[in-house]
Design a protein around this ligand. Structure first.
Ligand SMILES: CC(C)(COP(=O)(O)OP(=O)(O)OC[C@H]1O[C@@H](n2cnc3c(N)ncnc32)[C@H](O)[C@@H]1OP(=O)(O)O)[C@@H](O)C(=O)NCCC(=O)NCCS
Length: 195
């Protein structure tokens, strides 16, 4: 397999948006996101992402085909519900680089691509002058019925990359879980790292 991982900005970022939508829908169906994604929602989300300041998509390609993506952009051009925990905690959203999703098809995991996804986004953020990198992850009950038997949380990975859970900094995002009748709010815990 000819695997490569490269950051995309500008027109190359725009060209990767459809692949990002497909990857988000496929990968986020799994626990813990259980996201019952629709192309309608994805198109709205991606339109916003395409307009975000300092946006980057780090794409993993296998023989040219995108098999994984990680996104990032200025927090200040993200949805207000993502900025609110920072304002409440006294941060200037302008100093924060927001790392969005990291999605990689299961057969490509465990080879260090997740590490490269962070390295590339943090390099981009430092070059743009950001002081803090942040991302958020869904909080699910540890006894959630859909949790697979061998599930390994990613907390240890995030800690090894220098991120720390920010107490009380929790955004609320809404989506429909697979099998649910309607969308429900989910708590999204922020993790922060000084760049
Ligand atoms: C997050 C994700 C992109 C990481 O990709 P990856 O290429 O497998 O990550 P890496 O190979 O760089 O491994 C990173 C760390 O994850 C851990 N890890 C490896 N395999 C794992 C597994 N099956 N389950 C949990 N953690 C695992 C290891 O601790 C590893 O750290 P180490 O190299 O210091 O030992 C991938 O797991 C994924 O797509 N997950 C589903 C979507 C998701 O939850 N995204 C995060 C929130 S947006």
């Amino acid at each position: 397999m000819a695997l490569c991982v490269v950051p995309l900005t500008g027109p190359a970022l725009h060209a990767a948006l459809d692949d990002l939508a497909a990857l988000r829908i496929a990968v986020f169906r799994e626990y813990p996101y259980l996201y019952d994604g629709t192309l309608d929602y994805e198109q709205g989300y991606l339109r916003l992402f395409a307009k975000s300041r300092d946006g980057v998509i780090v794409a993993a390609r296998d023989n040219g085909e995108i098999v994984g993506c990680a996104t990032g952009s200025a927090l200040a051009t993200q949805h207000g519900s993502l900025q609110a925990p920072f304002r409440d905690a006294g941060y200037n959203p302008g100093e924060i680089f927001y790392c969005g999703e990291s999605v990689l098809l299961p057969q490509y995991r465990g080879q260090g691509i997740g590490h490269i996804f962070f390295e590339e986004r943090e390099k981009h953020a430092r070059a743009k002058g950001y002081k803090i990198s942040a991302f958020c992850a869904v909080v699910r009950a540890s006894d959630h019925p859909a949790r697979p038997a061998g599930y390994r949380p990613l907390d240890a990975f995030w800690q090894s990359r220098g991120y720390r859970k920010a107490p009380g900094m929790i955004a609320r995002l809404s989506w429909k879980d697979i099998g649910a009748a309607s969308a429900t709010d989910k708590p999204m815990q922020f993790w922060l790292k000084d760049l």
